[in-house]
Each structure stands twice: as C-alpha cells, then as structure tokens.
Design a protein around this ligand. Structure first.
Ligand code: CA
Length: 225
C-alpha cells in the first residue's frame, strides 16, 4: 500500500516513514496540512496517517477538507493520550480510526491493514439526498437552509432512508434499522412515523420525496430544490 504520513515533527515523520518502508509499503511525508492536501489530491493514497497536532491548518481541518474534496482514502489519526475532544472532532470530520501517542508500530500497521481492507468508498459524515442534509454527529437535519426539528425516532428513520437513497425499503427493513427489539409492537408503527416525517421534511416545503411504493414499502427520492 502507499501511505501519506502527515506529521510536522521531523523525527517522528522519518520514524513512521522508515517503519512503513521496512514493512514493504511506500510512504510519502507531508510536513504541513497544506502539503497534505495537495499531495492527497495528486496521488490516490491507500491510507493517510494524520497527526492531529500540526502547526497552521489543524489535522481535523485537513480531514474535513479531504472529505469535502471527495478524497475518501482511509484516515488514521495520531493524537495525544488526553486528546479526547480532538479524536471526537476528527472522527466526526470523517477520519476512520485513531492511535494515541506513544503507540506500538505493529499496531499501527495492523490498523492500516484493517482500514485498507474496508476500502475507499464514499462515506460522508454528513448525509445528503437532494437538498436534504442530516448530520448524525450533531443530530441536526435540514431541508435547504431550513433546519428541521426531529424526534429521536424520526431522526433514526430519516437516517435509515438517507443511507439508502432511492432504494425501496420494506416496513420490516425500516423496523430492523430504526427500531430495536423493544419497539412498540404495532403493525402500523412505520406508517405512523413515515407520516410524521412527511409532515416535517416534505409537506411544509411542498415536496413529495418520501414515496409510498404500493405493496412493498417506502422510498426516499433525492429531489433537489
Ligand atoms: Ca505533530
């Protein structure tokens, strides 16, 4: 695999590069966030090892911009042991995994292998379907610029639809993803909540994005404003 190492500290950067090369991988080093961004745009890296503690452009910001640019290489963050807030911000900005310093190099290699197995498919932190947006981290949803207030269950149902845009989902599939075994065992629970959702995401905006597919279930169409 070819790895981009983003680390400003020379010693750490060369240690990481040498370790990766010795393990049979190719590795390039970026010393700043700006360098990391142009290098990741130029080369399709299999993985990015991103130190969060960078001068200038922060590691979290680098991660956010990579994803905004449509670069989905798996990102493994390196953080301080007490950097809980950084780790949360980084994961919510689209990073895939983290290691706290100091770490075992064998573990770094194993985590990279695991990340690369999962591939570089698109996996946005904020979901979009047409002009509907949903942020699972902040629990917010919008139609265009208008924020929509959703109950936890409505949110879970919309998230289920937005992870499968355009797909017809049966009532059973919707229950499987948005409810747990403790759900109120009413046969029409999905229909009830679909109605609630329509009243929030469609009707006020004159839309009909949440379609009934007769005899099968429901589908969220990605319609633009
Ligand atoms: Ca650093």
């Amino acid at each position: 695999m070819r790895v981009l190492v983003v680390e400003d500290e020379l010693k750490m950067a060369s240690l990481l590069r040498r370790g990766l090369v010795e393990a049979g991988h190719a590795a390039d080093v970026a010393r700043t966030g700006d360098d990391a961004l142009w290098m990741a745009r130029a080369v399709d890296y299999d993985a990015v090892v991103l130190d969060l503690m960078l001068p200038g452009l922060s590691g979290v910001e680098v991660c956010r911009r990579l994803r905004e640019d449509g670069i989905w290489s798996p990102v493994l963050m390196l953080t301080a042991r007490d950097g809980v807030e950084d780790r949360i911000a980084g994961l919510d900005a689209g990073a895939d995994d983290y290691l706290t310093k100091p770490f075992s190099f064998a573990e770094l290699l194993a985590r990279l292998r695991a990340l690369v197995r999962r591939g570089s498919a698109e996996r946005p932190a904020v979901l979009e379907a047409g002009d509907l947006r949903l942020d699972p981290a902040t629990r917010q949803a919008w139609r265009g610029d208008a924020e929509i207030g959703l109950s936890p269950k409505e949110f879970a149902l919309l998230e289920t639809f937005m992870r499968r845009p355009g797909q017809v989902l049966s009532r059973l599939e919707l229950i499987e993803h948005a409810w747990d075994f403790a759900y109120e065992n009413r046969s029409n629970v999905v229909d009830v909540y679909v109605r609630y959702l329509r009243d929030k995401i469609d009707r006020p905006f004159g839309r009909t994005s949440l379609e009934t597919v007769r005899g099968v279930g429901y589908r969220l169409r990605a319609e633009a404003g």
